[in-house]
Design a protein around this ligand. Structure first.
Ligand code: NCD
Length: 341
């Protein structure tokens, strides 16, 4: 499904009248090179499966791709704090034989002299083969991508999207519960949580029942709900204020942090802070098979005692960031491993 110009290379195609998938005859090199990943809306089911399958290959045997991108430099531009996303991109690039150049903190960069984002990305694209951008402003990645030719990966734009997190989330869900016929609860800050927006869109490629659990003031943005309703054949969505009514039916519970830094007013944050917490007692009502996920960092949403249970998958989820980002970079920067086939 083609949803924007910059997404063209990512779409592996939709079935034609005779049922064939357009584009599958082309190599991934042709399809994915020089493209940007801005939102998960641009990912078709085939795109997702291609990245996840390649991540699984890499997970099973990293050595096959160890030198594949020996001359490649990835530019890291993080205008907001990051631990996992930045370090796992760095690890992924290095594990593929390449290296990174890092803008460093905003305070130590020319941004403090008043440089625009457009100028910054145009300069750094001249040093590197691909860019990873995190920025506090929603829409920043779309804007920046219009100024560069190298692939630009959105690593979080304000309360907008975080598509590479979604790919590792999907990988984790696929490993633990499977992606079709899935009942998932997504809980916490659904308004400002960019990982939630990206995950909900990407899951709408699969047969899913999506339960959104949040205080009323932090519900999913209405445009996201509207978009998900367009996928009614595959996707059922429900919104709840309490987890109790849905917990027993869930295969996966995806917990998120209340995004304190996005609240215009600290009092509003205080009204919802600490309201949605999971501990081992809460989980007594869940299925034994329930997988609990969280993009991390957590504050107090999941009690540490849950870490010791078989439900906890959030550290595994964070670790999956490396093979998934390796797979994504490999597909974007080469012909997706077909060199060696
Ligand atoms: C998330 C983010 O930055 O949106 N973190 C991450 O990338 N793993 C979630 C969050 O900050 O709560």
């Amino acid at each position: 499904m083609w949803r924007s110009r910059v997404d063209a290379v990512f779409a592996l195609g939709t079935p034609t009248a005779n049922g064939e998938i357009e584009g599958l005859g082309k190599s991934l090199h042709e399809q994915m090179r020089h493209d940007h990943l801005i939102t998960s809306k641009q990912l078709s089911r085939a795109d997702i499966e291609r990245v996840l399958d390649h991540a699984a290959e890499i997970d099973a045997d990293r050595s096959a791709v160890a030198d594949r991108h020996a001359d490649t430099l990835l530019g890291l531009l993080f205008f907001e704090p990051s631990t996992r996303t930045k370090m796992s991109f760095e690890t992924a690039m290095k594990r593929l034989g390449g290296d990174v150049v890092d803008m460093g903190s905003v305070e130590s960069s020319s941004v403090t002299k008043g440089e625009t984002l457009a100028d910054t990305v145009r300069v750094i694209e001249g040093y590197t083969d691909a860019l990873v951008l995190r920025h506090p402003k929603q829409g920043a990645a779309t804007m920046a991508s219009e100024f560069v030719d190298v692939p630009l990966l959105n690593a979080g734009d304000g309360a907008g999207h975080h598509p590479t997190q979604t790919l590792l989330d999907l990988y984790t869900i696929r490993e633990n519960a499977g992606l079709d016929d899935l009942t998932i609860g997504i809980m916490g800050d659904l308004k400002y949580g960019r990982t939630v927006h990206s995950l909900a869109y990407a899951l709408s490629n699969f047969d899913t029942r999506q339960h959104f659990i949040s205080p009323e003031s932090l519900q999913l943005p209405r445009e996201v709900v509207y978009d998900l309703h367009q996928e009614q054949e595959r996707v059922q969505i429900r919104e709840h204020e309490s987890i109790d009514e849905v917990l027993p039916s869930l295969d996966v519970l995806y917990v998120t942090r209340i995004q304190r830094e996005r609240f215009p007013d600290e009092n509003e944050y205080q009204q919802v802070a600490g309201k949605y917490q999971i501990d081992t007692e809460t989980l007594d009502a869940a299925s034994d098979e329930l997988t609990v996920m969280h993009p991390l960092p957590r504050v107090d949403e999941i009690a540490p005692a849950v870490d010791e249970t078989d439900h906890a998958a959030y550290f595994e989820q964070a670790h999956n960031g490396v093979p998934v980002r390796m797979a994504l970079l490999d597909l974007l920067l080469s012909n997706g491993g077909e060199d060696n086939e």
